[in-house]
Design a protein around this ligand. Structure first.
Ligand SMILES: Nc1ncnc2c1ncn2[C@@H]1O[C@H](COP(=O)(O)OP(=O)(O)OP(=O)(O)O)[C@@H](O)[C@H]1O
Ligand SMILES: [Mg+2]
Length: 430
């Protein structure tokens, strides 16, 4: 039986040859690690042909010295001069690979291999469709985002656009949906949006264009930003974040132009999520007697929202606000879904505590803490846990107990009390 590294190397060589040989193979037919290794930033893809050398093996699998076992394979040749590896017979290599114990597992996760074994060798069980379904597309890669960014930054107004937003690759998102505690209603909402995106062409065909603009509403720290990010991870599309305060802060006169820039950028990055945080900015400026430039900016924003479309532009728009009551009907009617983020109830608080303490050792039960944290947001609960851990560390303990947790809750309550007093004074009881 051959060892894993030998199989890794043969799989890589087979994949490279299949990718080079068949014009219908595209970059999403390569498994993620191979795709990332051969990615060309300037060409925004993996140019054909790809070749395999010792340095690729080292980068991909961390193998410093290729072992004798690999050299012993009768169908493989290494050019000592260029250190390039190639098959002397592709067919012999493919037959050998197929006989290995873990071949079918590997084929299931490698679209290029699955394509070859299903279409060309008619191997039962090999499924290109299945392998494509489990292989995440290039849009999740950091490399993909970097290519787009470098292309845009070379354009005339590129730099101006890029500094207004924060862009993240799905693979860099640390909290996937499963690590967030959501109500049934929220889960249903999310599922609806995911399906709408999956069936985007169908919806377009039947004339339902009005999807893909979502407003997340709820108090601070209830998971709005986290859910928007997790959507990007779930849908495998980049996350483009803009804070409205950021684009108005510096040059008021530029605000309307900046809004146009952000939307133009989102279209360039599509398919993507455009996340507009602090959406209540719209309400604040409309209600008050603000500078004319700001009013113009708000109108520009509302118009830009009207004009952008998931079906036509591939941009899923998600906005978030802490102050729903400040929004007027002009703002509300721009969204086809409103997702509510209330403060978590006791059951949800316990689940959040469980998730946050997942990796933390100690003798404690979250059930006892959940009832003491009425009115806490998810982010408050995180803070309580962090406090407990830090306090234990001060006593040189890397495990926490029930006392640590309840002490942290007490301290948090005290601090929240001080903060809320301040809040009332500063905002006139807003
Ligand atoms: N329902 C939840 N499940 C798990 N973690 C949560 C939940 N709600 C909040 N958190 C945690 O709290 C932190 C802050 O949440 P997040 O930034 O998403 O809140 P937000 O609603 O966007 O707040 P803000 O209105 O202040 O922007 C996150 O790190 C997240 O892990
Ligand atoms: Mg937020």
């Amino acid at each position: 039986m051959s060892d894993t590294t030998t199989l890794d190397i043969v799989e890589l060589l087979l994949t490279a040859e299949i990718y080079n040989k068949y014009p219908e193979m595209d970059v999403n037919d390569l498994p993620k690690n191979i795709r990332k290794n051969y990615w060309s930033r300037t060409q925004k893809g993996v140019p054909k042909p790809i070749s395999v050398s010792r340095s690729d093996i080292k980068k991909l699998f961390g193998i410093e010295e290729i072992k004798g076992q690999v050299f012993a394979l009768p169908f493989l040749d290494i050019d000592e001069l260029t250190s390039k590896m190639k098959f002397t017979s592709f067919d012999v290599a493919a037959d050998w690979f197929q006989k290995q114990e873990t071949a079918s597992e590997r084929i299931d996760q490698n679209p290029a291999l699955a394509y070859y074994f299903e279409e060309k060798k008619k191997v039962a069980g090999a499924s290109y469709k299945k392998a494509r379904a489990v292989t995440r597309p290039k849009e999740v890669d950091r490399e993909w985002i970097e290519s787009l960014i470098s292309e845009i930054s070379e354009e005339e107004t590129g730099e101006d656009m890029l500094k207004l937003v924060h862009i993240m690759a799905p693979e860099d998102i640390v909290q996937p949906m499963r690590s967030l505690v959501l109500s049934e209603e929220q889960k249903e909402e999310i599922e609806k949006i995911v399906k709408a995106i999956e069936y985007r062409d169908y919806l377009k065909r039947i004339g339902l264009y009005d999807i893909g603009k979502i407003l997340l509403v709820g108090p601070p720290g209830t998971g709005k930003t986290s859910v928007a990010k997790a959507m990007s991870e779930r849908l495998s599309i980049p996350f483009v974040e803009v804070k409205l305060s950021m684009i108005t802060d510096q040059y008021l006169g530029e605000t309307a132009k900046n809004i146009d820039r952000v939307f133009a950028l989102a279209k360039r990055l599509s398919p993507c999520i455009l996340f507009i945080d602090e959406f209540d900015f719209v309400a604040k400026t409309r209600a008050s007697d603000e500078h004319a430039a700001l009013k113009r900016a708000v109108n520009t924003l509302l118009k830009a929202i009207d004009e952008i479309s998931l079906t036509n532009d591939g941009v899923l728009l998600i906005a978030a606000t802490n102050h729903p009551r400040m929004l007027d009907s002009a703002a509300w009617r721009r969204f086809d879904e409103i997702m509510d983020f209330p403060l978590p109830d006791e059951r949800m608080r316990k689940e959040i505590l469980d998730i946050v303490t997942r990796e933390i050792e100690g003798d404690f039960n979250t059930e006892g803490i959940a009832p003491l944290t009425e009115g806490y947001s998810g982010s408050d609960l995180r803070m309580v846990i962090r406090e407990s851990v830090l306090n234990a560390l001060v006593e040189e303990r890397t495990s926490i107990n029930q006392q640590d947790l309840s002490d942290a809750v007490n301290r948090f309550n005290k601090r929240a009390h001080i903060k809320s007093d301040e809040y009332v004074v500063n905002t006139g009881g807003f």
